[in-house]
Design a protein around this ligand. Structure first.
Ligand SMILES: Cc1cc2nc3c(=O)[nH]c(=O)nc-3n(C[C@H](O)[C@H](O)[C@H](O)COP(=O)(O)OP(=O)(O)OC[C@H]3O[C@@H](n4cnc5c(N)ncnc54)[C@H](O)[C@@H]3O)c2cc1C
Length: 483
């Protein structure tokens, strides 16, 4: 049949654009429930930000370094239960070590452990610490009742985490310790009190987990589940357009011109790309487009990937993740970074081979040095700065691991442009939209202004991070199924 007379090349119940964790979770659940589903992914591997790559026998996690919510009542566990794959992953518990000048603090899985350690260090602030963590835990409980806004959430919805901490803590060093988890990619005065409280409970107070075999095990498992229920995935396929019929999503068109009919379309890709490129501004309500262009985007990252032939434990670095603060007050560094300079408010050293030695050749280690980074550099280009910035971070890590630079077997690095190139997330954003107080509850809904078009991933509710995007995928699937 000639292309002119054939309207659609393929037909599915649901077409999913993007094989990030949100898209894959959604597709796997729909397939499990009997829907005919196909995922279209522009890259050659599934996972988006949650992928691994290999160099000379070393396996590096490109972005995601750990999971949270992986045990008992955690969000990720709920998704695994819904897919009935609790036993498919072999998670190993890990922890983070925070290093400040003259002070080291390890996270642990016991919810009460972190505040207890803080009280030992700052006995005069005991009462404030108790009150602060009581509020943090209450906020976390109230979040589960959203969209109903409890009085506590209403009180803090427009406040930063810094403001919440300031209400209870006086000592500047203690404030720095409480603010030390940088995983919302923003400084404390820009982080939403509510989102940060949720992060604290799910990460610092509930523990971190690492899937044996590396981070790629997560998307690979979801693809296996998808296929086991008859779902399909097509790689190296860029989706160019969401086909609309009478204003409703009716399928997709790939860059190579293949047209696929689908009763429902789920987009797991950057929100602005979904609406402004694939749907087209002319097909959307004006207000929606205005809002979309106004929403704040999260920062990106800079990673240095090292394969090393030194055992970091011999130099005392024996935590799977170490977060280093060279000062208790990194306000200036943060401000410089937000202005597009290569400043380092803090940096992390992740050594997944301490959890899974199989990720490197025998006796060697994978080491990832990371920090947050702006997409636009003031007066400079990432192309020029990439090597210099990598050397700067290695030099910082070398203060903890003497001789590190002499033991590098393999080296690579990723800038915000790298993350953008591989995941097509706008400006290489690590978390989709930012987690500022202004953005609280402003993330887009799974349901969109276009009937039959749904969203999954970190540009939609509930937010960024693997557990959250997996939940978003499950929610989108359940909406489609009418569950
Ligand atoms: C450097 C970094 C470190 C992080 N660390 C952690 C961590 O330790 N723990 C944690 O929980 N979270 C972490 N995050 C956040 C987490 O990775 C993300 O929030 C989450 O993985 C995003 O998933 P997603 O479902 O939104 O899809 P994404 O991962 O954004 O994937 C989207 C997919 O869509 C594909 N795509 C895009 N456009 C098209 C198109 N037009 N056609 C076809 N395919 C397309 C892309 O190739 C990609 O595969 C990190 C993120 C980054 C960047």
């Amino acid at each position: 049949m000639s292309k002119q007379t054939r309207q659609f090349d393929e037909e599915y119940d649901v077409a999913v654009i993007g094989a990030g964790i949100g898209g894959l979770t959604c597709a796997a659940y729909l397939a499990k429930k009997g829907k005919k589903v196909k995922v279209f992914e522009q890259h050659s591997v599934p996972g988006g930000c949650c992928t691994s790559f290999s160099r000379k026998g070393f396996k590096f996690d490109a972005g995601v370094l750990h999971l949270t919510g992986g045990k008992e009542s955690g969000a990720f566990q709920r998704v695994l239960s819904a897919l009935e794959i609790e036993d498919e992953f072999k998670f190993k518990e890990q922890f983070q070590r925070f290093i400040f000048p003259g002070l080291t603090l390890d996270s642990s899985r016991a919810v009460e452990d972190f505040p207890r350690k803080l009280k030992e260090l700052f006995p005069r602030e005991s009462e404030g610490i108790t009150n602060l963590f009581d509020i943090i835990k209450s906020i976390y409980e109230d979040i589960k009742k959203l969209p109903t806004l409890s009085p506590l959430l209403a009180k803090y919805r427009e406040r930063s985490f810094q403001e919440l901490v300031d209400e209870h803590i006086k000592d500047a060093k203690l404030k720095a310790l409480v603010n030390a988890n940088w995983h919302l990619w923003y400084p404390p005065w820009n982080n939403s009190a509510i989102d940060y409280a949720a992060l604290m409970v799910t990460e610092q107070l509930r523990g971190y987990f690492y899937p044996l075999g590396g981070i790629q095990a997560v998307p690979d498992t979801l693809v296996r589940v998808l296929k086991s229920y008859g779902g399909e995935i097509e790689y190296r396929t860029f989706v160019d357009r969401i086909i609309l019929e009478k204003g409703k999503a009716a399928g997709i068109e790939t860059r190579k011109g293949k047209q696929v009919r689908a009763a429902q379309v789920v987009s797991n890709i950057a929100a602005r790309a979904t609406f402004l490129n694939l749907v087209g501004e002319e097909n959307l309500p004006e207000d929606f487009v205005k809002t979309l262009n106004r929403l704040e985007i999260s920062l990106s990252s800079f990673y240095v990937y090292l394969g090393v032939d030194i055992d970091p434990r011999t130099t005392g670095v024996d935590a799977p993740e170490t977060i280093v603060y060279e000062t208790y007050d990194n306000t200036e560094e943060w401000n410089r970074l937000l202005e597009g300079e290569l400043a380092i408010p803090c940096f992390g050293i992740s050594i997944p081979t301490l959890v899974d030695p199989g990720l490197a050749p025998p006796g060697k280690h994978v080491m990832i040095i990371m920090t947050m980074a702006p997409y636009y550099l003031a007066g400079k280009s990432w192309r020029e700065e990439k090597g210099r910035f990598a050397r700067k971070l290695i030099a910082k890590a070398e203060k903890l691991i003497p001789g590190l630079s002499q033991h590098i077997v393999v080296q690579d690095a990723a800038t915000p442009l790298t993350y953008e190139r591989y995941t097509l997330n706008t400006m290489g954003a690590a978390m989709g939209w930012a987690f500022s107080p202004q953005m609280f509850m402003k993330r887009l809904e799974q349901k969109t202004p276009i009937p039959n078009l749904y969203l999954a991933g970190h540009w939609t509710m509930p937010g960024g991070g693997v557990p959250a995007v997996a939940l978003s995928g499950l929610r989108a699937a359940r909406m489609i199924l009418g569950e």
